[in-house]
Design a protein around this ligand. Sequence first.
Ligand code: EPU
Length: 358
Amino acid sequence: MCEPRGKRLRRGGSYNRRVPIELEENVALRALNAFGVDARARYFARVRSAADLAMLEDDPRLRGVPRLILGGGSNILFTRDVDGLVVKVDVPGMREVGDDGRAWFVEVGAGENWHATVQRLLDADRPGLENLALIPGQAGAAPIQNIGAYGLELAERFHALAAWDVEARDVVTMSPADCNFGYRDSAFKSTFAGRRVILSVTLALPKRWTPVTGYADVANELKARGIAAPTARDIFDAVCAIRRRKLPDPAAIGNAGSFFKNPIVTREQHHALLAHHPSLVSYPMPGGRFKLAAGWLIDAAGLKGATRGRAGVYEKQALVLVNRGGATGAEILALAREVQDKVREKFGVLLEPEPVIV
Ligand code: EPU
């Protein structure tokens, strides 16, 4: 069952390797963003450690040059070239670093692929992330938008992280409170935007695992499979099946998952909307507010499956905008604006984009 500490989970290098860093110029970003749009970076560097980041800070060619931090590129829309330095975070590694009686702590390099991490932990008898299977992107990006799906958010499995602080020029450790997690939100989107580069994330995986099956899609999928007492592997398989049915694979159709957050409205707004649209999909939130299913709003505004040029609204899930082949970032952004306008006209609700728009 449980391997000696770190045995099966140890891989990759140290976070402090010091090898000369290569600075490339005029680099194509198409293969590095899940929308698959064309954009170029004036400067480009891959970093594998804090030492690499320190070296970039010292490079005279980069004095005063703005930086953009890139992880797996699965939550970003490039609408123009980047006249600055794109830093691709490639910090490798995974190792078990301890436990506190209730949870195992596993430190994962920011550059590790998220889904591969979920899979490896499951294989090593460290379940707890199965509801977050198949989310595209890297482990280091997970805290930035507090990734969530099928009844679970990263914040519930987060212990700490290590980040490079650009001003202090040093590595800092951050607790859950420091990260200030919210729905698809964290301090990395506000207070620390552009100021901290995540190097590794330490996950807390519960020693007494219990299934998270409250989300209707998961409960229905398990029922359809005749599973009453699911294992973590059953949930992993169910979530993968649901996602494969509903969400386009970025390797086949360019997309960044949900393009908008599900908007949160007051009780009064919710009441008024429901009076006019009885089939509105919504979920009660703490404090009396309601979260609306943005996919339902876009669908009800008649935009599901819409095509504008080479950009589109995905046929099977209206919350996802797609690159139907060769779309520019500007085309996708124009479609996003149209979606926002139509939803605001029909429902009086503003949809806020989820990805970073450059
Ligand atoms: N709906 C429609 N029409 C559509 C799409 C959805 O009527 O075209 C309705 C569905 O029938 C359902 C409701 O809207 O009743 C919610 O849909 P779904 O369960 O697919 O979830 P979602 O709210 O659209 C959120 C996350 C997803 C996550 C799923 C499952 C956000 C912005 N999105 O989507 O996350 O996978 O729940 O937990 O919170 C992502 O962030 O990239 C992402 C894919």
